[in-house]
Design a protein around this ligand. Structure first.
Ligand code: ZN
Ligand code: ZN
Ligand code: FE
Length: 755
């Protein structure tokens, strides 16, 4: 008897076992159960061993075996090999596959005029198609998916029943006779199932905005080569300047608009089909509105049969495909909901009747050191667990405030949710609650503890305190960032964590964000941080970087006020107010945020005084550094000053040089490079000092600022060159999308024990 657990359901595991046993002339059976898959084989010992060997080393492509237990049982002498019915037992230990892009076999059938699924937009098989987003409960059987309402036609049923068929027990199996269908709603609000795709393509070609139902929710689509259409989309969606994702016909087309290398091609075309950030080509023919001030396009390839058909049937090769939502609200995933919420944005709709049960935005990644580097881990990856080095108690971690994700643990597995969004409105809070419920149902875990952020005002903190009865503990934001790296690499002992970030609530109630922490699995100590300075207007300064610039000028310059007026003259009235706010400490928390330092520098350099989204000024600052290759400018050092048992990082000298160079008209690209170098340099000097005091050579880098590739690459490489062992996140984002994993890791090993 062989018991296998992991991602073994809905990935063609049973037909694979069936075919393998036939080949090796073994008898017995295979079935799904709530722990995974149960196999009994009987026959020649050699063949049986071979069976186990092949199963372990060459499982089906989508399967992920986490555990395998082999036991000897008495023979039954029953002939033949069978696939038997699943039993749904109490405990649910199985895992669920993420949604997978259409496989090559299915694509070929879809393009073949003689195939019965020619141009059928819901073609799939056991090797591909939707999974997580159509499941309401486990075990993974058709009756527990949104395909339950479609009964298989005789031909589909035959495939479904035939163990030798690629669609054997493919739960979403369907064809145009028995399966889901498309419909189109046009500008005239009329609904039709006649040539819906043709109508969609015509509308897009005319520059209309279409809401297209996808795998994890709706996209808003527009022709990316049509400047006017993209502009209209931005205005209606209230999404200004933040880059819009593109879906591009094929790799060949991508290579005409962006630079590709081996690794970006691998990631773009893998089964998970994430959005990959690819460096733009100069003359790319894409509307400038897509990603202004940014060196990268976020690009994905088509991942559903419907997407494939959109590109094959029409003459559009690059589409904007952005989540159907308004500013930061959750993505739409139900037809009626979409029509109501998108009525002022979309001109037309392409809908279908295969329901989405779980919304799931597209995943986004950068490439770092030739490996994926997640900006958002969502569709195609969730709910695949992060596998931890050892077991702990079950906890629920509710994440941060922005880019929220939650994380539920069971044994040594951490189930990180898909991207939920910014917990700033009730709709998102609702999705947050739904996601927690759903994870608990699918993995049948009731957490013993909940871990949340230290911030008392976070919606997630309030939810834990007001809506749950489970005991809970809080941990500091930047400690959680570092813990997320520790979780991924199984680190438990003392390490130096460098958390460079936007904002997180500190133990002293200040806004932390430029922190060097000594961390272990149980506790942390703050070693160093950026010199505190006022953040006039609190949150407001995040979208108004000039406020931080004024704050820096006032702090470090005797004539700060005059300088502020000379840089932001048109705001002189407000500068006055800011001075008073700082003086009277009105709505002016103190901060050590590295993100805000980036903002201030960008504002002083005149790149941006206000931004459309958090971190935009830093993105622009990073981007202009690429415009030169010379590092001739010396802007001095960020000083390291001992103070009350901490090291304070004091940017006084570099601020003076930045201001001087700006006034003297030095090239901004060089100033930006020098600024990045100074940041890298201060941490190199700091860890050199720390190495004398602390017995560790392990360093973890995390926090949103490390999405800046210049900073990350520079610091990582130079730390490595100096003999440190350096780690950063690989499976979860360095931004706040990853902190639920850090919280969970801490909770698993500390909650329930005496502090
Ligand atoms: Zn397929
Ligand atoms: Zn059918
Ligand atoms: Fe953070």
């Amino acid at each position: 008897m062989i018991e296998v657990s992991g991602i073994v359901q809905g990935v063609g595991f049973r037909p694979y076992v069936f075919r393998l046993s036939k080949r090796l002339q073994l008898s017995g059976f295979v079935k799904n159960n709530s722990d995974g898959v149960l196999i009994e084989i009987e026959g020649d010992e050699n063949s049986a061993n071979q069976f186990i060997d092949i199963l372990s080393n060459q499982p089906p492509p989508l399967a992920q075996i986490l555990n395998k237990k082999v036991t000897d049982i008495p023979p039954t002498r029953e002939p033949g090999f069978h696939i038997t019915k699943s039993d749904s037992r109490q405990k649910k230990n199985t895992l669920i596959s993420p949604d997978i892009a259409t496989c090559e076999d299915c694509l070929q059938e879809m393009r073949d005029p003689t195939d019965r699924r020619y141009l059928y937009p819901f073609i799939n098989c056991t090797n591909c198609g939707p999974r997580y987003t159509i499941i309401s409960d486990i075990p993974y059987d058709r009756s527990k998916t949104s395909m339950a309402g479609f009964s298989l036609c005789p031909r589909c049923q035959t495939e479904y029943d035939d163990p030798m068929d690629r669609r054997f027990h493919a739960q979403p199996n369907a064809c145009s006779v028995c399966g889901p269908t498309l419909k189109f709603i046009g500008e005239d609000h009329l609904e039709t199932s006649e040539n819906p795709l043709e109508l969609l393509l015509k509308a897009l070609k005319e520059g209309q905005i279409a809401a297209i139902k996808g795998v994890g929710g709706f996209h808003l689509a527009a022709d990316a080569r049509n400047q006017a259409a993209v502009k209209v989309l931005r205005e209606r969606k209230h999404r200004f300047e933040k880059p819009l994702a593109l879906m591009v016909k094929d790799i060949q087309t991508i290579s005409t608009i962006a630079f590709l290398n081996e690794e970006t091609i691998i990631q773009l075309s893998n089964l998970h089909r994430p959005i990959v950030l690819c460096k733009k080509r100069d003359s790319n023919g894409i509307a400038g509105e897509i990603a202004p001030d940014n060196d990268y396009f976020g690009i994905m390839l088509p991942y559903s049969p419907l997407h494939e058909m959109i590109f094959q049937q029409g003459n559009l090769d690059v589409l904007v495909m952005t989540s159907a939502n308004i500013s930061e609200e959750p993505i739409c995933f139900e037809d009626t909901e979409c029509i109501t919420r998108m009525k002022n944005i979309a001109d037309c709709y392409l809908l279908h009747n295969r329901d989405i049960y779980i919304r799931c935005d597209d995943s986004v990644m950068h490439i770092f050191k030739n490996k994926p580097f997640f900006i958002r881990r969502s569709r195609g990856y969730g709910p695949r667990p992060v596998i931890l080095s050892r077991e702990g108690i079950s906890v629920l971690a509710v994440g941060g405030h922005l880019k929220n994700t939650v994380c539920l643990t069971r044994e040594n597995l951490a189930f990180l949710s898909q991207h939920i969004g910014d917990l700033e409105n009730l709709q998102t809070l609702h999705v947050f609650e739904q996601t927690i419920d759903h994870l608990q149902t699918l993995f049948e875990v009731k957490p013993e503890y909940i871990v949340h952020d230290l911030h008392p005002e976070y919606m997630s903190t309030k939810w834990v305190e007001e809506e749950t009865t489970v005991p809970h503990r809080s941990i500091q934001h930047h400690y959680a960032h570092i813990l997320s790296v520790m979780a991924e690499f199984g680190i438990e002992k003392d390490i130096i964590g460098i958390a460079l970030d936007g904002a997180g609530f500190g133990e002293d109630r200040a806004i932390w964000g430029g922190e060097v922490l000594l961390c272990n699995l149980h506790t942390y100590k703050r070693l160093a941080y950026f010199d505190y300075l006022p953040m006039p207007g609190g949150e407001k300064s995040i979208i108004e970087p000039w406020r931080m610039a004024v704050s820096y000028l006032l702090k470090y310059f005797e004539n700060g006020s005059d300088l502020a007026v000379s840089f932001f003259g048109n705001k002189s009235f407000s500068i006055n107010i800011i001075e008073q706010m700082i003086e009277k400490r009105l709505n002016t928390p103190m901060t050590s945020s590295c993100g805000r330092l980036f903002d201030a520098v960008a504002a002083i350099l005149g790149l941006r005084t206000t931004v459309a989204y958090e971190g935009q000024a830093a993105v622009i600052l990073e981007s202009i550094a690429e415009k030169t290759t010379s590092d001739f400018l010396n802007i001095g050092k960020i000083e390291i000053v001992p103070e009350n048992g901490h090291w304070i990082l004091d940017p006084n000298e570099i601020m003076h040089n930045i201001v001087k160079y700006k006034i003297n008209g030095k090239p901004l690209a060089n100033i930006s490079r020098a600024f990045h170098n100074a940041l890298i340099d201060v941490f190199l000097r700091l860890v050199h000092i720390l190495r004398e005091q602390i017995d560790t050579d392990v360093i973890a880098l995390s926090g949103g600022c490390f999405q800046n590739m210049r900073l990350l690459t520079g610091l990582y490489q130079q730390l490595e060159q100096r003999g440190f062992r350096v780690f950063t996140n690989k499976e979860v984002p360095v931004n706040d999308g990853g902190i639920s994993l850090g919280q969970a890791y801490w909770g698993m090993h500390n909650c329930g024990k005496k502090a």
